[in-house]
Design a protein around this ligand. Structure first.
Ligand code: KG4
Ligand code: ZN
Length: 333
């Protein structure tokens, strides 16, 4: 029954989790509020906040799980991809623990961990499954054959889906991160009122930068005619933006399912909290006979539980990292 202590510090959340024999015993996240005033993550401030947070967060994760450091069998950490300064804090901390406890170090790829978050709780998808990972930094469709074999079959060529939400929200004067605000205002809006364009991108890849530009021009145009346009039509604008982002995502997911013949469909990442995406995925799934899976929200956003479960599978295979390993900002897989 291996016990894994996991650390995630790839962006602006300092997270630690403990899992024993594949069961999550604790999952803690310290969110960094410092970035809100800048309207986006400031990498240097993120690294500094990680340094302040990491000891108390790991300590609390151990306490909450009732596990002593001496009972830990392996230390998993996010090795890539992410902000390099942020990754370095988690990596150095994990290496130091591994060295002092004389326990194996397990290097985890953040994006693979998002996919394997679907294996944390029941019901779990059976293999193979497709996972649409959508967050502020990522938009990918991954074909997962088993915990050790997965392949990216589609990804964004520019902005991530979460960025599309956040940048649109910024144009509307909403606070950062704006995704949840668009979701909230979209609730009472008419999603067909403003038909924003769907880009024509080859294969299973995505693009969101054209959508952002068309929203920008649309708003400039309407505001020139009526200075209160946004205020008067906020619900319809948000509903129309959300509708377009969701249809871009789901049309590619449907294409991926048709091309691979895989009908076990998962989503992961912070954008999977979006009610429009969740409802439309459910509807599409019912229509196309899919088995759909959405992990609990705390396992969808950046978290250490997903690093722990991935670390657990790697531990079972004896896939350990050398202490000379360095984090990398970008990583192929
Ligand atoms: O996974 P996450 O917490 O962090 C990373 O970016 O890795 O995802 C954050 C993103 C942000 O872009 C945020 O606006 C978006 O997820 N988000 C949402 C919602 N909740 C979070 N976007 C749309 N609707 C939501 N309800
Ligand atoms: Zn992430």
């Amino acid at each position: 029954m291996p016990t894994i202590l996991a650390i995630e510090s790839s962006c602006d959340d300092t997270a630690a989790a403990v899992c024993r024999d594949g069961v999550i015993l604790s999952n803690l996240v310290a969110n960094q509020q410092i970035h809100v005033q800048y309207g986006g993550v400031v990498p240097e401030l993120a690294s500094r906040a990680h340094m302040q947070n990491i000891v108390p967060v790991v300590d609390e994760a151990l306490k909450k799980s009732n596990i002593a450091l001496t009972e830990v069998d392996g230390i998993a950490f996010t090795q890539a991809p992410g902000l390099i300064g942020s990754l370095l804090v988690g990596a150095q901390f994990a290496k130091s623990l591994s060295l002092s406890l004389n326990k194996p170090l397990i290097s985890v790829h953040h994006m693979q961990a998002h996919v394997l978050a679907n294996l944390i709780e029941d019901p779990q998808p059976s293999f193979p499954f497709l996972c649409l990972t959508v967050s502020g930094g990522h938009t990918q469709i991954v074909l997962c054959e088993n915990p050790y074999s997965m392949k990216v079959i589609g990804e964004t060529i520019d902005d991530a889906a979460g960025e599309a939400f956040d940048k649109s929200a910024k144009l509307l004067g909403l606070p950062y991160p704006g995704g949840p605000f668009i979701d909230k205002y979209a609730d009472k809006g008419d999603q067909k009122k403003y038909p924003f364009p769907e880009p024509n991108i080859q294969g299973l890849n995505f693009s969101f930068s054209g959508l952002k530009t068309s929203i920008l021009y649309f708003l400039q145009n309407e505001k020139a005619k009526n200075a209160d346009f946004i205020k008067e039509n906020l619900h319809d604008i948000c509903a129309s933006i959300q509708y377009r982002i969701v249809t871009i995502l789901l049309n590619k997911l449907r294409k991926a399912s048709e091309e691979t013949g895989v009908k076990n469909i998962c989503i992961a990442g912070g954008v999977s909290a979006n009610s429009g995406l969740r409802n439309s995925l459910k509807k599409m799934g019912e229509k196309l006979n899919w088995n759909t899976f959405i992990p609990r929200f705390e396992y969808c956003t950046d978290n250490a539980a997903m690093i722990a479960i991935t670390g657990y599978y790697k531990y079972l295979q004896g896939e350990f990292a050398d202490l000379s390993i360095s984090p990398t900002a970008r990583a192929e897989w």
